[in-house]
Design a protein around this ligand. Sequence first.
Ligand SMILES: NC(=O)C1=CN([C@@H]2O[C@H](COP(=O)(O)OP(=O)(O)OC[C@H]3O[C@@H](n4cnc5c(N)ncnc54)[C@H](OP(=O)(O)O)[C@@H]3O)[C@@H](O)[C@H]2O)C=CC1
Ligand SMILES: C[C@H]1O[C@H](OP(=O)(O)OP(=O)(O)OC[C@H]2O[C@@H](n3cnc4c(=O)[nH]c(N)nc43)[C@H](O)[C@@H]2O)[C@@H](O)[C@@H](O)C1=O
Length: 323
Amino acid sequence: MARRIFLAGHRGMVGGAIHRRLIANGAPEADILTRSHADLDLTDQRAVQAFMQAERPDAVILAAARVGGIHANNTYPADFIYDNLMMEANVIHQAHLAGVQSLLFLGSSCIYPRDAAQPMREDALLTGPLEPTNEPYAVAKIAGIKLCESYNRQHGADYRSVMPTNLYGPGDNFHPENSHVVPALIRRFHEAVETGEPEVTIWGSGTPRREFLHVDDMAEASLFVMDLDRATYEANTRPMLSHINVGTGSDVSIAELARMVADVTGFEGRIVQDTSKPDGTPRKLMDVSRLADMGWRARIGLQDGIAETYDWFKAHAGSVREN
Ligand SMILES: NC(=O)C1=CN([C@@H]2O[C@H](COP(=O)(O)OP(=O)(O)OC[C@H]3O[C@@H](n4cnc5c(N)ncnc54)[C@H](OP(=O)(O)O)[C@@H]3O)[C@@H](O)[C@H]2O)C=CC1
Ligand SMILES: C[C@H]1O[C@H](OP(=O)(O)OP(=O)(O)OC[C@H]2O[C@@H](n3cnc4c(=O)[nH]c(N)nc43)[C@H](O)[C@@H]2O)[C@@H](O)[C@@H](O)C1=O
């Protein structure tokens, strides 16, 4: 019997990539249930309850969230903790009440302590203080992991959690202030080339290191984890480790990233640092061996991924998302 999947956040970068991947894998469009934010506000408990009771999907992929880069997290902490706590609590609890057996929750690499040993293993969770610039968001994401784990333990559900590293790709948010670093730099370097600006400013010292996974790889990994048989998933997430890291296993400095974006966009001017802006976590490289041991590895390299994303950005000039 076909499996009807509620894909929450289908208009977002990850949700859009998962939607494309499901269709590419042969899922009939009719089996992929979607609702826009305007049609179903996932922070509204009654609305989510009514939707889940009416539709009773067989599975849920929760790719909806309040998402943003270091500036957005640092500026809107109440929005980030409240919206994400409400969305995950509503979707996970109402999925349980509607008898949904299979759910995938997307967390984030920022759940790990700011000074966790690198690369960060899944069992580093809750072993130290978090990075202040995104602690509210991280606390909400940790709560999401614990929600899934608790419904699995108490109700025998099969609710799984994946922890993506920094993501980028088509469909990203290109807001000049609220976006993540890759879309922000693609836009800024592109505009400098268009206007003949002699220099581009990047935030912070340029020394922090980040791991960047293309969103199409993330979509493939999400469905891979979702389709794992339960015994394999449980065997690889013990003891009490109900989440799996998803990344490339390699990182670059922000200065190296800026150089790559300059090369891809053809910018030949100066790159300067605005050290009045926060660096955030010095490094957050994920240990991706658990997922590799289960048979999945990232395929899209950063240079190629940035070039492909830049092509997408230019092809969608004037209509890219900025929120
Ligand atoms: N991007 C990244 O680098 C990383 C992302 N993640 C996680 O991956 C997941 C997807 O992120 P990403 O695709 O980048 O985010 P996007 O912002 O691109 O997409 C999020 C989606 O959620 C929707 N949404 C937001 N609030 C609500 C709401 N109250 N009710 C219903 N829908 C809502 C948005 O709709 P609308 O725009 O209309 O509000 C949007 O479609 C999230 O869980 C995020 O935390 C984890 C690590 C890194
Ligand atoms: C995925 C993860 O993403 C967020 O954490 P982050 O990795 O710190 O996010 P970021 O991509 O915004 O920054 C990465 C680095 O890049 C530097 N940087 C330089 N120039 C720009 C710039 O122009 N914009 C941005 N955003 N950063 C810049 C910036 O100073 C920082 O050192 C969490 O909030 C949370 O959302 C989360 O889970």
